[in-house]
Structure formats: C-alpha cells, structure tokens
Design a protein around this ligand. Structure first.
Ligand code: SAM
Length: 237
C-alpha cells in the first residue's frame, strides 16, 4: 500500500519551515514550475504535459516514462537523443528532483516533465494506449523477503499497466540485483501480455551495451568493481 507523497508546505507551513531547515531541497522543488510538479494533480499534470508536448517540434507523439529517474542523467540523454519524443520522469527524493530540474533548465531541454510521484500511481494521470516506453533503472530492490511486496516491478503492476502501453510499447529494465532481475524475468515470461525481446545478464559485456545510456547508479557501479548488470527489453503484446 503506497501513500501519496505529503504536501507539507500547504498542509502545515510551520512544520514545513522546520523540515526545510534540514532539507533545503524540500523548498527548492518549487523553483521550476515550468518543468517540475512537486504535488501533481490530474489538472496541473494535464496542463503542463500538454504544454510539453506542444514544445516538441515535429512531434513523433512517442511518450516515455521513467520511474525513479534519480538526478536525471539517463532521462536527459534519452530526451536529447530523441528530441521529437516527450518524457515524464517520476522521482520521490527532493534533492534528486532538484538536480534533474536544474540540468534540464540549464540545457534548455523542453521535452521533459518531472513529477514527485510514486510510479504505482501513474495510471491516474495517463490514458490507455499512451506509453511507448517505460524505463525502470536500478529500482529499490527491497532485498528482504518480507519487504519484496514493495518492489515496483511485480505481476500486478505489469498487468495493471498493460492497457496504458501503446501496441508494441516497451518496458526497459536494468538492475544490478540479479535475484530481482531473475524474478522479473520469470514474471514477464509467465505473462501473455509481454514478450522479452532483448535480454542480458551482463549488459556491459554484451552487444546491447553499444547503445546503453548510463544512469547515475550505473556509473557508480562501474567505478566500484563493475558488477554484472541485468538488462531486458519487453514489448507489450
Ligand atoms: C536506486 S535509485 C536509482 C536511480 C536512477 N534510476 C539510477 O539508476 O541512477 C532508485 C530511485 O527510485 C526512486 N523511487 C523509489 N521508489 C519509487 C517509486 N515508487 N516511484 C518513483 N520513484 C521511486 C528513489 O527515490 C530512487 O531515487
């Protein structure tokens, strides 16, 4: 069960003022109203998302969603390589959102919208048949058996999200947590709704690595012994 991220600023300004003293990024998420929504609603999302899509010259209409985009390294590089596509990045941590927004603003990238929201709730914002590519990189692994129910990638989540994918829409998943990787592989193989079309248990030693865009966590892993990274791409059937 996920609870909505709290809106301390509007709910209790005095508490918010105290919290900001220990985490100034809680206030700085409000500095980028053109690209970052700290407290999304269907209305404020729709308004900004429509304007983002209008920004995309000769739009391809392709929509990407990254869940847990961190400080935006991967999302930004994808958006720059695909300027005709539109991108949504979801992240929960204030500092990571602010760092991503800062880079997006500095580089005047106009096809990315960021939201502070759980990936599990994205179905409340988007219509069916709207996602061309969902990216999930190094999600929290929730290693302990009793905590695995918190994993973003589960049979329930993939089944719920299936109608939101365009026909042939892609799921791209990378993780260093090989048990999580194998579990997700099994889940997808048992679903009739998705088909694995690219697969490697050691991405950096594989031909797919040539087109791989590194995330922040992946760069960190590379610098610390370079453990094998599981990667898969599955298409919605
Ligand atoms: C291990 S980090 C990986 C960040 C980035 N993808 C990378 O590879 O560098 C996982 C990120 O997912 C975010 N996150 C965790 N649960 C989430 C959820 N339910 N929805 C959206 N983001 C989430 C965390 O705040 C964290 O920044």
């Amino acid at each position: 069960m996920r609870f909505r991220p709290r809106n301390h600023r509007d709910e209790n300004p005095e508490v918010f003022a105290q919290l900001v003293k220990t985490n100034p990024y809680m206030a700085r998420v409000y500095d980028y109203p053109e690209l970052l929504i700290p407290h999304p609603t269907l209305e404020n999302f729709q308004q900004l998302w429509d304007s983002k899509k209008e920004n995309v010259p000769a739009s391809s209409g392709r929509v990407h969603l990254e869940i847990g985009c961190g400080s935006g390294r991967y999302l930004i590089e994808w958006a720059q390589e695909n300027p005709k596509d539109a991108f949504i990045g979801l992240e929960l941590r204030y500092k990571r959102l602010v760092l991503a927004a800062k880079k997006i603003e500095q580089q005047t990238i106009s096809n990315i919208l960021l939201m502070r929201e759980h990936g599990e709730f994205i179905d409340e914002y988007l219509p069916h048949n709207s996602i061309d590519c969902m990216h999930i990189n190094f999600p929290d692994p929730w290693s302990k058996k009793s905590r695995r129910k918190h994993r973003i990638l589960s049979a329930d989540f993939l089944t719920k999200m299936h109608p939101f994918f365009c026909s042939g829409g892609e799921l791209r998943f990378k993780t260093d947590h090989l048990e999580y990787f194998e579990t997700v592989t099994d889940i997808i193989q048992n679903l009739e709704t998705h088909k694995i079309v690219e697969y490697s248990k050691d991405l950096h030693q594989n031909e797919y690595n040539a087109k791989n865009i590194l995330t922040e966590f992946e760069m960190l892993f590379k610098s610390k012994g370079n453990p094998p990274i599981g990667y898969l791409k599955a298409t919605a059937q």
